[in-house]
Design a protein around this ligand. Structure first.
Ligand SMILES: O=C(O)CCC(=O)C(=O)O
Length: 282
């Protein structure tokens, strides 16, 4: 599904834009997943805008076991295969399903960050980001090209706007406000139509530095996928809630595979990708 030029962009820049990947069927499945997910918040639901007005910026992840269309998307859409081919790995497992809604007028936005330090795993992994509505310049996410190769790890920042999620811990650094020096960087930003998606490396620095005031609601997916060999590695105090959830409910053990009933293998080269009837019933 992925050609050499797309793989090269992903490798070099840490982000690639793929056009018309998801057809009307998948867009409708995603819309149902977000609608049903929002109506039935799970334990990971967060409203980043709880303390601000106007607008809402909220999210939930690890919902697929209770939300049938999300399950349909992770097992049967081409997303796992696309990310497997881009990462050039033999198998792909789920890190998170994840929807986000940013309603008209919302003031909270994605801070500068990379996703790696937010989640409890070591190994190759990436994010597949898409929206159900067209995304213009200034409305989506901006990437610092090549930042996945800097060899730096930044403290996760809260999406509420309150700064780092915990006190500074080694080997992490505080992330600078790249908005103040954006002209020093090679920046990538994309206009997207529904059906297009971005795939970026877990260490590519990105954010929404100056999102335009939104005129209408935006529904997004940020699905995360890892190499099937990824290892479970708790990150720090800021992931404690996830760490306890993964260990108590799903039995993950530090240093062992980042794989369990919640985080299944979704694709492998040898089986092309798993057939619809191979999705476990929950
Ligand atoms: O879509 C958004 O508002 C931000 C998503 C994002 O930055 C992420 O998932 O890492």
């Amino acid at each position: 599904m992925i050609n050499a030029r797309q793989r090269e962009s992903y490798e070099r820049d840490g982000v690639v834009c793929l056009r018309s990947v998801f057809d009307a069927h998948w867009l409708s499945v995603i819309a149902d997943a977000i609608e049903q997910g929002r109506a039935n918040p799970g334990p990971m639901y967060v409203d980043y805008s709880a303390e601000t007005i106007p607008g809402t910026y909220c999210t939930d992840f690890w919902i697929w076991q209770n939300v049938q269309p999300m399950k349909e998307f992770i097992f049967n859409s081409p997303s796992a295969r696309i990310t497997g081919e881009l990462m050039d790995v033999d198998s792909v497992m789920l890190v998170t399903d994840n929807w986000l809604i940013r309603t008209a007028g919302a003031v909270n936005k994605a801070p500068w960050h990379h996703d790696g330090p937010y989640f409890d795993l070591d190994g190759k992994w990436c994010v597949l980001w898409m929206a159900l509505e067209p995304v213009g310049l200034g409305e989506g996410v901006v990437f610092l090209k090549g930042s996945h190769r800097w060899g730096r790890q930044f403290m996760p920042e809260s999406f509420t706007g309150s700064g780092p999620k915990s006190e500074l811990l080694e080997p992490y650094e505080l992330i600078p406000d790249y908005s103040l020096e954006l002209n020093r960087f090679d920046v990538a930003e994309f206009e997207l139509e529904p059906g297009d998606c971005l795939v970026f490396d877990a260490l590519t620095v990105h954010g929404a530095p100056n999102p335009k005031p939104q005129q209408s609601d935006s529904h997004r997916l940020t699905m995360r996928f890892a190499d099937g060999n990824a290892v479970y590695r708790p990150r720090g105090p800021w992931t404690l809630e996830m760490t306890e959830y993964l260990e108590r409910k799903f039995g993950l053990v530090e240093g062992g595979p980042y794989c369990c009933e919640l985080l299944p293998i979704l694709w492998s080269r040898s089986t092309a990708y798993l057939r619809p009837d191979s999705a476990p019933s929950t």
